[in-house]
Structure formats: structure tokens, C-alpha cells
Design a protein around this ligand. Structure first.
Ligand SMILES: Cc1cc2nc3c(=O)[nH]c(=O)nc-3n(C[C@H](O)[C@H](O)[C@H](O)COP(=O)(O)OP(=O)(O)OC[C@H]3O[C@@H](n4cnc5c(N)ncnc54)[C@H](O)[C@@H]3O)c2cc1C
Ligand code: SF4
Length: 565
């Protein structure tokens, strides 16, 4: 048992947790941050600037590396031979899927979390999202509106550095931007084709530094971002928030400390957290006046559901019974891929300039009338392709041997493909709970997922395939195909819901400040509070809402609602 009581405990050091740590430490609070995995060391753990032929397993990693692990499924994209080595990804905390569910739960347990390797798309949410229920009659509005949140988006953008342009689109409020990325060859062609079919194709909002910003150098366009940036040119907790929190000397950072539950006092208020020290296997408790959960959406719900006590028999702060409910996610999938014959034979261009979302098709459906389409709300699409570092289209070509190699070279600068980002609607059948039968190797009851795609997002998926047919035709492209099915749920890593915020304590887990209705000294700083999913990604909003929550919390310290340790 640890004797010291901190002013605040923050669980998780990702985009949400590390932002909270930084703000609270800078305000003079003594903060204990608890992180389930090791401290990341970019010098050792990022191995971006290597060619696949220099890697023993050609980038795919040792096929036996997960032998003996509780959860043996490797995670795509971010977990590869480039980030293999120390144990950065979670394979010890197993989870289950309910009947008919195939959730793919990818977790980076190192400090900084998933934003070490994220895609950096960073659009603002708007009233079209916050008041969607008013517009189309489905679900719940958010307890905030754009006017209230916009200054926090500005604050987050100014801190993180987001490159884009002012676009005046109703579904995408403009923000405060660094200069945009230059378009690639493919973008110019796609933009012209998209214009002809009435679809916008514009610079994405990307948290990547096109100019030096906040002490970090401008990006040099090496295209290795998903393997971690070794010059710190995009927003990541590893070189933004965590070192700034540490510089205050008010931070105690516990690593390899897996939180199992929130500990409560005799009144049912949060007293601290209980964690498993993964190096010794011991269970330890640490105490604070305020507890902030930022373990990343569903893991925050997992900790809360496992925090059962006399006061909270169904999990802490769950008098509403809403904890774990309304899990939402982005439906991802490739609705159309092929090539642009006009680029065949052209010299390669540095098209992987940012290994990311240079441009996208921001939501263009249901803008004038919320029911223009067969589905409600709307989706966005990212387009990738061109001369990337790796010919990702290899799976779309047939054959083998020298002909296959010739084809790979032939199509090199010319292939393109889409990625739909379609929000699911909150549904009573999509939720997480605790598996009554299974525990992980630490003895912690496992989280169980119940999730299926709904009719609305599947209509968007079909719609996007038709858009790709029209787009390829309008830009003179060759459409080779589309994914048969969307990706597995969980792939996008943009899950929301499960601890939704709202004004009514009977229907929502937290109030509009992300302070739980039932336990005033328990706050949440991740996407679990977002009551519905939008066509935009979640990380910049996580940072913005965390800034706002911490501001409110610090005010509560000043007003005596919370006392210092
Ligand atoms: C390849 C990739 C591309 C992406 N692209 C985008 C994009 O373009 N735009 C976008 O907005 N988002 C994107 N994301 C998602 C984005 O990374 C996440 O939204 C964001 O990082 C979530 O931050 P978080 O702090 O909520 O969670 P995380 O980053 O998951 O951090 C959670 C932290 O909590 C710790 N933790 C978890 N459980 C426990 C526990 N029980 N006890 C103690 N500590 C715990 C973990 O160690 C981790 O440090 C992408 C992610 C990946 C991997
Ligand atoms: S492209 Fe830019 S942000 Fe990405 S890894 Fe290279 S330098 Fe870093």
C-alpha cells in the first residue's frame, strides 16, 4: 500500500490522459499518472528509417512473437516489425466477444498510447454533430454546442499544430491552421473527377507540422509517421504533453501499472486506484483527492465496471445502468480501388509525403436536408495511393514471379484506393460488459464486446461504393474492385460512447464537464463520453474536451469542491 495521497491520479498517458497530466501539473497539483505499459523510448522503439528488406521478417515481424501470450492476435498497421522489440502493445489483457461479435481491440500500452502511431486526421465536430438528434430525430443531442466548444478546439489546434485550409463547409467548421500539405499528383486528378460528380475533395485537417511549431521542427516528409516520428514533427504525447508535465516536477509516473479498479471511501467517493504492478505481480493501491480515467474509451468502461463495491454494485458511477452502453465506432473499408492510367509510365513522385491523410472527401451527404439519402447523418472518405514507400496494391494484382514484379513496377505511381469513415448510430445491442466466466492472467474479469454493424452504416457503405464507381468514371480511372465487406469492427480505433455525457443523471454517466454524475471526484478524459459518433476522428476533440474538463476541475479545486491533498 502506498501511503502518499496525491491531488490527482490520471489513469492512462495517451492523448487524453497526458493532456490532463500536463494541465494539472502546470497548475501546481501533485499528479500520479498510472500507465499499464512501459515508457516508450523513441530512440529504441521507433525504427522507421529502415527498408523492409533490412528487416528479418520483411516488416511483418516474428510469427512466433506472440506465442504464449493470452491474446495472440497481432494488430495491423501500427504493430509491425518496425515497432516490435519491447512490449509496446497489449497482449496480456485478453477480452471476449459475445455471440455474433468480431471486435478487434487494438491497444498500445506504452506511454503516449496510440498517438505514438496515429494517422493525425483532426477535424472539428460541429453543431451538425452536436445537434444531430434535433435534425433527424434519432438519439440524443450532445450537452454542448459549437459556440461553447469552439474556443477549446482552437486551443487544442494551436497547441497540437494542425495543417489545413479554410473551407466554409457546413459539416466541417474551420479552425486555426498551419499551412496545408501540397497536393499529390493523384489529388489533383481526384479533385477534378470529384468536382464533376459534386463531391468535395479538400485538404484534410492534419496534426502534422508543415512549419516549425511549439518548439518542434517542420516535417521533412519522410512518410514514416505510422512507425513513430523520430524528429517529433506531429502531435504525440511522447514529445508534447508528457515531457511538459514532467518538467513541472509535479508528476509521478508509474509504468507497467495495470489499473483494475477505482477504490472508494466509506461514502462511495473515489479514493484512488488499485493496480497490478506487472513487474512484480503485486497488487498496489495509490490514493488521491480526484481520479481521472483516460484509459481509452472501452478500457475506461472496463475499469469502471470492475469497480464494484457496496456503494456501486453494478460498477462505479453506474446508478443510471448506462455504463458500457451505446458503443459506437467508425465503419472502415475500401469502397473502391484501381488505377489512374494517365499516370502509368510517369516517374515516381514523393507521394507518401505524410504517410497520411493529405486530402479527404468531407461529409457531403444530408447537408441541406437531414433525410436526403436513404441513411441519416453522413460519412467521409480518405483517398490514398500514388508513389508510396511500399506497393500496398500488391494484393490487388494477380500472378507471381517476374511478371508480377513487372506489374508492381508498372502500376507504381498510378494506383489509388478509398477508405470510408462511416459513423455507427448508438444502439442498445452495441455495448460492453464484463464476461462473467473469464478473467485475464492478472485475475481481472475480462471485458466482453457485443457489436454488429447497423442498417444505417451499411447503407452508407453501399452508397460509397457507388460513389467510387462514379468517381473512377469521371476521372478516367480503372476501377479494379472494392472490399467485399467492411473491416472488422474496432479497426478504426475511433470508438465512442460507453460513458456518455449528458445532463440527465438517469440517462448519462457524466455531466457535461465529464465529471461522473454519481461520484463528483471522478472524471473521464477520453472518447467514452462522446454520446454519438460523427464522420470525423476523435483525437483532437479528446484533447479539446480534456482541456475543458481540466479547466472545470481546477475551478472546482479553487471553489473548494475538491480539496488538495
Ligand atoms: C494507426 C492509427 C491511426 C490512427 N489515426 C487517427 C487519426 O487519423 N485521427 C484520429 O483522431 N485518431 C486516430 N487514431 C486513434 C487515436 O490514436 C486515438 O483516438 C487516441 O490516441 C486515443 O487516445 P486515448 O488517450 O483516449 O487512448 P490511448 O492512446 O489508447 O491511451 C490510453 C492509455 O491508457 C493506458 N491504459 C490502458 N488501460 C489501462 C489500465 N487498465 N491501467 C493503466 N493504464 C491503462 C495505456 O497504456 C495508454 O497509454 C489512430 C490510431 C492508430 C493506432
Ligand atoms: S513524414 Fe514528417 S511527421 Fe511523418 S515521420 Fe516523417 S518527419 Fe515525421
Amino acid at each position: 500500500m502506498s501511503a502518499k495521497t496525491f491531488d490527482a491520479i490520471v489513469v492512462g498517458t495517451g492523448a487524453g490522459g497526458s493532456t490532463a497530466m500536463k494541465i494539472l501539473c502546470e497548475a501546481g497539483l501533485q499528479v500520479c499518472a498510472v500507465n499499464s505499459g512501459p515508457r516508450i523510448d523513441p530512440d529504441k522503439d521507433y525504427r522507421g528509417h529502415r527498408q523492409v528488406y533490412d528487416l528479418k521478417f520483411r516488416g511483418y515481424g516474428d510469427p512466433l512473437r506472440l506465442q504464449g501470450k493470452a491474446h495472440q492476435e497481432p494488430y495491423s498497421v501500427e504493430e509491425s516489425e518496425y515497432s516490435e522489440g519491447r512490449d509496446l502493445f497489449e497482449h496480456d489483457v485478453a477480452y471476449s466477444n459475445g455471440p455474433g461479435t468480431d471486435w478487434y481491440w487494438k491497444r498500445c500500452k506504452a506511454t503516449g498510447g496510440k498517438a505514438n502511431f496515429w494517422g493525425r486526421s483532426s477535424a472539428r465536430f460541429g453543431d451538425i454533430d452536436f445537434k444531430a438528434a434535433d435534425l433527424d430525430g434519432f438519439g440524443e443531442n450532445w450537452p454542448v454546442d459549437y459556440q461553447e466548444i469552439s474556443p477549446w478546439f482552437s486551443k487544442a489546434e494551436r497547441y497540437m499544430g494542425v495543417a489545413s485550409t479554410v473551407q466554409n463547409r457546413p459539416s466541417n467548421p474551420d479552425g486555426e491552421y498551419l499551412p496545408p500539405f501540397p497536393f499529390r499528383c493523384i489529388d489533383h486528378i481526384i479533385q477534378k473527377g470529384a468536382e464533376k460528380i459534386g463531391v468535395p475533395y479538400l485538404p484534410d485537417r492534419c496534426a502534422q507540422l508543415t512549419v516549425a511549431h511549439n518548439g518542434h521542427p517542420a516535417c521533412h516528409y519522410c512518410g514514416n509517421c505510422s512507425r513513430g516520428c523520430d524528429v517529433e514533427s506531429f502531435f504525440s504525447p511522447t514529445w508534447f504533453t508528457i515531457p511538459q508535465a514532467e518538467a513541472t516536477k509535479n508528476l509521478t509516473l508509474l509504468t507497467n501499472a495495470l489499473v483494475r479498479s477505482v477504490v472508494v471511501d466509506e461514502n462511495g467517493l473515489a479514493r484512488g486506484v488499485a493496480y497490478v504492478d506487472r513487474t512484480s505481480g503485486r497488487e498496489v493501491e495509490v490514493y488521491a483527492k480526484v481520479v481521472v480515467l483516460a484509459a481509452s474509451c472501452v478500457e475506461t468502461a472496463h475499469i469502471m465496471l470492475n469497480s464494484k463495491s457496496r456503494h456501486w454494485p453494478a460498477g462505479i458511477a453506474n446508478s443510471s445502468g448506462e455504463l458500457g452502453k451505446n458503443l459506437c465506432e467508425h465503419l472502415y473499408g475500401n469502397p473502391g480501388y484501381g488505377c489512374l492510367p494517365q499516370l502509368l509510365g510517369q516517374p515516381p513522385q514523393p507521394d507518401n509525403i505524410a504517410d497520411s491523410t493529405i486530402a479527404w472527401m468531407p461529409r457531403w451527404q444530408n447537408l441541406k436536408n437531414p433525410r436526403e439519402e436513404k441513411f441519416i447523418r453522413g460519412y467521409s472518405v480518405y483517398m490514398g495511393g500514388g508513389s508510396g514507400g511500399f506497393p500496398g496494391y500488391y494484393g490487388q494484382l494477380e500472378g507471381f514471379g517476374s511478371k508480377f514484379k513487372r506489374d508492381i513496377k508498372r502500376y507504381y505511381p498510378a494506383t489509388i484506393g478509398g477508405l470510408i469513415q462511416a459513423p455507427t448510430l448508438p444502439s442498445p445491442t452495441n455495448y460492453v460488459d464484463i464476461d462473467p466466466e473469464k478473467k485475464d492472467i492478472f485475475g481481472i474479469p475480462q471485458l466482453r464486446f457485443h457489436f454488429r454493424w447497423g442498417a444505417n452504416e451499411l447503407l452508407m457503405w453501399e452508397h460509397s461504393k457507388q460513389v467510387m464507381i462514379d468517381l473512377f468514371k469521371s476521372m478516367g480511372g480503372e476501377l479494379w474492385g472494392a472490399d467485399d465487406e467492411p473491416n472488422r469492427p474496432g479497426t478504426s480505433l475511433h470508438e465512442t460512447g460507453v460513458c456518455r455525457f449528458g445532463n440527465d443523471p438517469k440517462k448519462f454517466v457524466t455531466n457535461k464537464w465529464a465529471q461522473t454524475h454519481d461520484v463528483p471526484n471522478l472524471y473521464i478524459c477520453d472518447a467514452s463520453i462522446f454520446p454519438s459518433c460523427t464522420d470525423k476522428t476523435t483525437t483532437m476533440p479528446i484533447v479539446a474536451f480534456t482541456m475543458r474538463t481540466c479547466d472545470y476541475m481546477l475551478d472546482n479545486f479553487k471553489r473548494g469542491v475538491h480539496t488538495r491533498a
